[in-house]
Each structure stands twice: as structure tokens, then as C-alpha cells.
Write a protein of this length. Sequence first.
Length: 408
Amino acid sequence: MMMNKPNIVVLGAGYGGIMTTIKLEKILGDNDANVTLVNKHDYHYQTTWLHENAAGTLHHDRTRIPIKDVVNFNKINFVQDTVKSIEPSNKKVILEDGELTYDYLVIGLGFESATFGIEGLKEHAFSIYSINSARLIREHIEYNFARYTTEPGDRRDLLTIVVGGAGFTGIEFIAEIANRVPELCQEYDIDPEKVRVMNVEAGPAALAGFDEELVEYAMNRLEEKGVEFRLGTMIKQCNENGILVEKDGEQETIDSQNVIWAAGVTGNSIVEESGFEVSRGRVPVREDLRTPDHDNVFVVGDCAVLFNPETERPYPPTAQIAMQMADTAAHNLKQLVTNSSELETFKPNLQGTVASLGHTDAIGVVFDGKKLYGRSASIMKKVIDNRYLLKLGGIGLMLKKGKLDMFR
Ligand code: FAD
Ligand code: NAD
């Protein structure tokens, strides 16, 4: 009997992949299927905290969670390896160290930074997309602050931090770094007046489309902390000395050794390279989350795109949506392996957006449009994060990794 069990392979242990796996662990019967989870590392990480790790305001060990702590390895086969490609026609996944065959596949390989072909960004700018990329940014900035005090001349470019893009990632990161600068100055004997923290945004406003009052609140708070906003200014090039920007046809160079590109994301390029149909790097999945061409392949999280029929715009690539997609994908897999043909349609329950502005400040729109800012928004953000940990690993994980210092 065991030999006939179908193989379900889940690629990626981000929000989408790990929540699909955990749900399958709960809902599948012992004889329904074999489930294999593949991930590059033996840990899951909360991507939504990476900006704090990158700024150095939160240690990365708080953000990563050993997969063995949240997935039952007696029920799930875990393979730590890197996916190189997928061959849907052969039902095969090629890994760095071998290959796997599947009957059903779930792709949850997450996002990559999108550089839109802008010259020099890949070579000279940093992006926040993993634990290691966040750690590199933190150490790079610290190293440059240390260099400033030891190298000859007044190398202000070492103390200039430029963040490209004022979307949620750019704003959340710049808020953290603005909070970290006084500490770095103290640590490396630097006059805070010499440090420049700048945000360059191509559009006319920060956080395009978000509540204008809350955007104004965020910008005021950040400007009070010394952040310089350059709106309507496009990054055109990056090189070893800094960036070239353009505003109203005028070009300017900004010298910086710390350029952090946070101006857009795309689905993992492995998906397109494996021949799946994509739109801007994401698979336009059917309502049941299967790819347009394969009845046995589901895509969850940032590798998938689905349109909201009410707004006719795509749902944004968020952790919130990735987790909800995981529920639908796991349910539909259970249906398929138990030969029930009725598949569920993905219907997200959009619960609002809250963005942090450092440890004690935030902005958000929740519960049918209620606006929050300051301490109450910050508490809400921590409640959302703690609730995720509770769902992922129960009360023990929440107590170990959660943000429990809500009122400080
Ligand atoms: P990911 O979380 O990116 O996980 C992908 C997983 O796949 C990772 O474990 C990775 O190691 C693994 N992987 C990748 N490539 C391979 C490979 N080749 N082989 C094996 N494994 C691989 N969204 C919100 O809803 N709320 C927020 O507050 C929020 N804050 C954010 C803050 C920041 C700084 C950033 C960058 C994003 C934020 N987002 C937020 C967006 C959210 O993080 C993403 O939408 C979410 O992480 C997507 O989940 P995912 O499961 O698709 O992929
Ligand atoms: P984004 O696409 O939302 O924002 C990128 C910004 O960069 C845009 O404002 C764009 O105008 C700007 N930009 C693009 N090219 C530029 C250029 N050449 N020069 C200057 N500016 C340029 O990307 P993101 O902020 O990385 O967010 C990605 C996804 O993650 C979104 O869905 C977002 O909602 C989600 N996210 C959510 C949260 C949260 O809920 N707290 C936090 C972070 C990210």
C-alpha cells in the first residue's frame, strides 16, 4: 500500500511553503501521501523582520527558526538542498545535490530583488532578501563606519546611506537605520552631523496608494530623525562610488558606499527559467492556485500572481497572502490525493497593512479602514507577528521568538 502513496514535494520553507507543509502534516491521513519539503537552509526565516536584521536593530537569530522545531520530521521528509530547476514534463526537481520526482508539486521559492536592468545595481548595491543578505548589509555599514575613523581624509561617502525606493521595504528599513545611526556614531566615535541617511523614490510620493495622512505622519517622523527624502527622483545608475539620479531631467551623482536597493521584487527566477508561464516573474495561477498548464503544480506566495476581481489589480506579494494561499493549496492537495475533484477557490481575507517605523512606532490601516499610528500601530504590528509565531509553532515558539515587549 505504502508504495502507491503519491509524492507531494514542497519547494521553499518561506511563509507559503512552510505553512503548506504544516497544514498538510495536520490534514493528511497516514496513507494519503508522502510529503517532502525542500529548502536551502535548515531554518525558516521571517522575511518581514529582515529589515531589522539588516539595520542591526534585531539579531538575525531571532528571525530564523529551525525547521525541525516546527515541522514533524517523522511525518515530513525534509531535504536541505538548493533547487536548481524544475522539469514539469518529467515531474522532476533538479537539486544541487540530486533530484526528486513528484506527483504533486508546490512552488514556494519566494522573491528576488528586481533591478529593472539598471546599470551597476547588481554589482554595487545591496538588497534585503534573506538572512545572509541582511547580515551582509549590517556588517557592511558597520565596516564603513569603522573605516571612516581610520582612513585618511573626510570620506563622507562611507557615512552616507542611500535607500532606493520608498515602498514598504524601503520605509521600514530606513526607519530602522535612522534609529541605529546614533548607536553606530557612539560606537565608532563619529559626529552624527556627518552621517547622511537618504531615501530616493522615483514616484511623487512615498508608499504610493497608501493612506495619505499616515504617509505624511511617517515622513515627518523620519525627517525628524534626519532622513532626507528625494521624491520624484529616479536612480539611473549605480557604480563603485555611489549612484546617479535624475529629477526633472537634471542628473546628479550622490557619493555613497552604502547603497541599499529596496525598489521592487519579482518571483524567483528559477520558475521562469524552468519554462513556466510568468508575468513579471510570477505565475498567473488559476483560482485554485494551480499553474495554467499543469494540474499537479501549485504555486504559493511571491512566485504566484492572482488578480483581485474587485480592484482588477493583482493581490500584492505579501506574507499575509502567502500564508492564506498555503491553506488553500494544502486543502486542494488533500482533495486531489483523496480523489475528490472539488477544489477550493482562493479567497483572501485581507486584514489590512501595518508598517513598522522602528521598535516603538508604526502606521497601519486595519479592520475595514481603521487607521493606526504611533504606539497603537506598533503594538498591532507586534500582535500580528506574535500571532504568526503562534500559528507556526505554538505558544512555546511565540514565547521564545516573539515580540513580547509590546508596551515598552
Ligand atoms: P519567502 O518568504 O521569500 O521564502 C522563500 C523560501 O524559499 C526561503 O526559505 C528561501 O530560503 C527558500 N528558497 C529560495 N530559493 C531557493 C532555492 N533555489 N532552493 C531552495 N530553497 C530556496 N509582507 C507582509 O504581509 N507583512 C509585512 O510586514 C511584510 N514585511 C516585509 C518586510 C521586508 C523587509 C520584506 C523584504 C518583505 C516584507 N513583506 C511583508 C513581504 C513578505 O515578506 C513576502 O511577501 C513573503 O516573504 C513571501 O513569502 P514566500 O513564502 O513566497 O517566500
Ligand atoms: P514596492 O514595489 O512596493 O516599492 C518599490 C518602490 O521603489 C516604489 O515606490 C517605486 O516607485 C520605487 N522605485 C522603483 N524604481 C525606482 C528607481 N529606479 N529609483 C527610485 N525609486 C524606484 O516594493 P517593496 O517595498 O519591496 O515591497 C514589496 C512587497 O512586499 C509589496 O507587496 C509590499 O506590500 C510588501 N511589503 C509589505 C510590508 C508590510 O506590510 N509592512 C513591508 C515590506 C514589504
